[in-house]
Design a protein around this ligand. Sequence first.
Ligand code: ARG
Length: 562
Amino acid sequence: MKELVIKLLKKALKAKKVKIKEEQIDKLLEIPPNIELGDYAFPCFFLAEKFKESPEQVALDIREKIGTPPATDFEDIQTQGPYINFFFNRKSLAKKLVWNAINKKENFGKSKIGDKKKIIVEFSSPNIAKPFGIGHLRSTIIGNSIANLCEFQGFKVIRLNYLGDWGAQFGRLLVAYKKFGNEKELQKNPIEYMLNLYVKANKKQFDKLAAEEFKKLENGEKEEVMLWRTFKEYSQEEFNEMYQKLGIKFDQQLGESMYGKKMKETIKELKNKDLLKKSQGAQIVDLTKYGLGVCLIEKKDGATLYATRDLTSAIDRYKKYKFDRMIYEVGKEQELYFNQLFKILELMGYKWAEKCIHVIHGHYLDKDGRRFSTRKGKSVFMKDILTETISLAKKEIKKRSPKINESELEKRASKIAIAAIFYGDLKNNRKNNALFDIKKFVSFEGDTGPYIQYSYARASSIQRKAKNSQKFEVYDLENIEIELIKKLLEFPDIALKAYTFLNPSLIANYAYKISKLFNEFYHSCPVIGSKSEMFRLALVEAFRQIIKNCAHLLGFELLEEM
Ligand code: ARG
């Protein structure tokens, strides 16, 4: 709709011999502080000097040049002192919104700019042999939402999980298991047991032994490989359970362990392309002239490293998918590392290296502003967080519906808990650190996931009370209705922006805004029984559809009743 205003202004200004770009007009346009002053206002101060006229006079002149615009688009265009104020035809806006939302449904707001091009979104990527920790939660939530945002714009998205299932740490675990471990204990509570074992061997005195064990694993020796496989299976089980609870799905699961032989080829290729250098017995790629330090590729004893595996995996992924873009959703502490990785791929001559991007996120902070990943020196496990959040959600639900039955309570509480956690993360710009406070997250009031769910449930309850009918007439609109309609119409633009900046917080913040407007509308405009019943019902339906589309993009579900 803004484009219409810009067009009219451009034409009028041209008639007054003012050369101005559309972007400039766009920047100058203001949204008046209240809608009684119109939907957009154009300030004329900047032309006063040029015309040696007062800004008020300039406004009048330009207004005259605009002439009479089509009544379907504009109700009125007036001058107010030095401003030209544009009033859209709000009834047409209302019809347009309702028509779009009700007919396009889950497709409302989608675009086809992706043209089915392939985007790989790698996210989550936890390390095995320890519990799924809060450290990988941000990547899981944000990566999932980014994948949804890309899909919404018509890309073919491949959701990829890259397990940290290889590396020197497994040497340590093997040492510990052989020295202190036994199968019975492992079976009882595998994940915590492995973690405790690992801690036992994470000491300097075991460095040498651990390196030897990892070497054996890399050489494919039977006993070590079998043990490693057991560790992996237990972890996999636990992760799958967690993903299922969170409603997260992947198209492909890769692991660092998958590149045994291929890694040797990568190292050879680096050598042939003259990129490897010996340094204290190890093989490195020297990137100092690019300001990126050095990247370790092979240890003195021939053991491979994180980077060796990532290079190999990237090459493999390109062979397999010929992706148009590959996103790595990983914390900002790995920024230098990913810059090294992409630089090396570029130096190896892979043009597609420029299609790889590292999408960063900040840390979780607790109430006191401290890093959240460890509490009293202990790691924070997702399992515990989820249990705690669900029990908080149950309390909230019982406050409102004391008679709710157990199975319904269970179902609702887990959906609310997930919305609480996901929204609590996604409302923050991902690049910043984010407060992680489940008590706040779970509240039904304020800027929270449950509040969004609650607004939807309210809208659904109105819908349940109504008779269905598609026909309506738009009578004079209340201000709050106009505001709600205008905001709802912004959804396609917001979705596009969120994709462009790979920034789900734009969707989260938008969902909060429309929920707030909806609640204001709900309080001041009766629906059932009013003269505008049919139109208002359609508006409620439009809100329901758009908030549902937002929740889908953010990765959580809504509830018909709360
Ligand atoms: N597992 C790694 C970690 O926890 C993250 C993997 C990120 N992805 C990658 N391709 N390097 O640090």
